[in-house]
Design a protein around this ligand. Structure first.
Ligand code: NAP
Length: 270
């Protein structure tokens, strides 16, 4: 009952490499200060890019002003094809200002309001990678049209864009959050449950039916090990579920590579 996400991730990366046609595309990841988790995530993305014949660099900045200046510089450079900002940003940074500063055609995170607005209008140009990874996983195992999908997350990075992507594919999304009442009733009636709460074992086996597809976006460290938001062992016995690690995260990284290639196409370099 475990959904094979690694194979899908490899397929997405292989297609992206083919589409790049040998062009060495370059991504820059900007990090505010010395946030250790951000540095680990950025390094791992760059490692993936290098394995595929692309390249990446990390730019560390110490203030919002420096970040905006760096973005302006990278926007103007022909040897930079994608720009990402590692989140979470320190509270004193204005995230919308930062996202808005990135050129919409180098916006590998799909968070510039122009790209976000296109998504809302039903045109998916450069879209956020995690919700797109969820869509890719679902498309690899089921027909999305007409499905009732419960998303437990309403953030701009996961729940909101995912709801738009599902509507674009004729599904019926229900977006739940910390103030949602009778959550179990909702998850029980769903064909698909996407959980992204950030609490290990949040989604228990009694919250889903036998024929439910569970997509676990959560990443938690429990006793030094990575774990999702679902009670994987119990749910895996009765329903289809993505693993953590090697699930949504692996496909998200592949989608990042896909977006770098899409961005390069928008810039007319491939
Ligand atoms: P977040 O900002 O903390 O948001 C958590 C969401 O869960 C919010 O919408 C929150 O509702 C909701 N929530 C919290 N407690 C709840 C409860 N008791 N019942 C129902 N809903 C509840 O986190 P995030 O940045 O969106 O990330 C969520 C998880 O996904 C984290 O574990 C993160 O590491 C993981 N993640 C994974 C990937 C990947 O590629 N695999 C990418 C991004 C995030 P409110 O809005 O009401 O607070």
């Amino acid at each position: 009952m475990i959904i094979n996400c690694k194979e899908l991730a490899n397929k997405i990366k292989k297609r992206a490499v083919e589409e790049a046609g040998g062009k060495k595309l370059v991504l820059h990841a900007i990090i505010a200060g010395e946030d250790k988790a951000s540095i680990v995530y950025a390094k791992s993305k760059i490692k993936t890019l290098r394995k595929l014949g692309f390249d990446g660099e990390i730019d560390k900045v110490n203030s919002e002003r420096e970040m905006l200046k760096k973005i302006e510089e990278l926007n103007g450079r022909d040897d930079v094809h994608g720009i990402m900002v590692e989140f979470p940003l320190p509270k004193r940074y204005d995230a919308i200002k930062v996202h808005s500063a990135i050129s919409p055609i180098k916006d590998v995170d799909g968070m510039n309001p122009v790209n976000y607005g296109y998504l809302l209008l039903g045109h998916e140009i450069l879209t956020p990678n995690t919700p797109r990874a969820v869509i890719r996983i679902l498309e690899s195992i089921t027909d999305i049209e007409g499905k009732n999908v419960v998303i437990i997350n309403r953030t701009p990075v996961v729940g909101k864009p995912l709801a738009m992507m599902l509507l674009n594919r004729h599904a019926t999304p229900t977006v739940c959050h910390s103030k949602t009442k009778n959550l179990k009733e909702k998850t029980k009636s769903a064909d698909i449950v996407v959980v992204a709460v950030g609490h290990a074992n949040f989604l228990t086996a009694d919250m889903v039916r036998d024929d439910t597809i569970v997509i676990d976006v959560g990443i938690n460290v429990v006793d030094g090990k990575l774990q999702g938001d679902a009670d994987f062992e119990a749910i895996e016995k009765k329903a289809k579920i993505t693993p953590v690690p090697g699930g949504v995260g692996a496909v998200t990284t592949a989608c990042m590579v896909e977006n770098l290639v899409k961005a390069a196409k928008l810039q007319g370099v491939i």
